[in-house]
Design a protein around this ligand. Sequence first.
Ligand SMILES: [Zn+2]
Length: 380
Amino acid sequence: MNINRQVDEEKAGALMRRYWLHEKWVQQECPIEAAPSEDDAIGWYGWLMEQEPEAYTLFRIALGEYLCETQGFGAMLSDVKRLFSDCDRMYPQEMMHFWSHYEDPPLEFNAQWRNIWPISTRMAFEPTDLFWYQEKYEVDLFLVVLAQLRSIRLGSGWDEYLCNLRDSRGKLKKGVAVDFVLGGLGGYAGLHRDLEIAYDPRLRNTIGHNMYTVVDNTLKSLDGEIEVSVLEFVDACLALQNVQNSILWMLSRKQIDLRPLVGCGVVTTMLLGDGDRVPVSLQLAPFFEIDSEAAWLDQVCVAWDDGDDTFVLQLPHTSGYGAAISQPLAADLLTACGTRVAWSLLPVMPCIHHGHKSIETPWGPVCVQGGAVVKEVELI
Ligand SMILES: [Zn+2]
């Protein structure tokens, strides 16, 4: 997806703020009284929830990834995806153990899972920010997953306990784990780079042992070993958050049964083009990607509704949400195409850019993310 085009900081920031408000609410286990207000809510969520609860879950993950990419973590994110898919492809037996291990996470895992969402809009050197970095750094889950994938990827097999990376009491030695992961994932340059930025053991130890002073917006360790500017600290926090989230998203995606979601998330249908106007449906990109051939379109039908003088496209998840096309245009279509109509499907995401044309929808403007799939659809 070509989404690094001229991101509008203001638009992206506004969407990010709402995204995090929602995540924080989920982290609190969705108390009704604390639900985001209508202005703060992400309209897509409720709409998708009505189609399929898992459609909401998939889109929540995909939106997180989309925003992660806009922050400059696209290379890391695609490396994380590539690492998982390389392992799945090359070592399916080993990955079966991996996936069954993460299918039903134990209690501690669940607790850590929930703890990883604190919002960091603007980090500085406040004690809470420093503690945030240390606390995130300490969450084992991500280093464990990466170390296990590293073992599998390099042909050393599935290693549930990673004894070599633990001390005599079984505690994960984070510095050793980071070195182990970095030592084996050089082929994933984007991930490698952001891991190095995210996991700085000297920074973590300086904070953890309260061995620092902050002078002129620079953190200095008392032993004179390190000096970290606010900008460098913010980079480390952002990298840590995005690396960890990327792994969490991969683990969460795997739990979603994609089959019922084929054909979900079709936002609207319209006629596009200057001369021969063609019907085009817009589908949210994460659902478009499930079935890039759009085989499901073979099963939809386009029916003429005499009452409304419109064509109605019957989609699997949109009963009652037919896309209406006005009669004169439909008549043009009929004479031009007979009973079969070329129908285009385009992937879209909420628009967070400037300088290009977006399309208005009831849940906010969207823009096209990739090429169309064109299908011949029967008119009945
Ligand atoms: Zn856009």
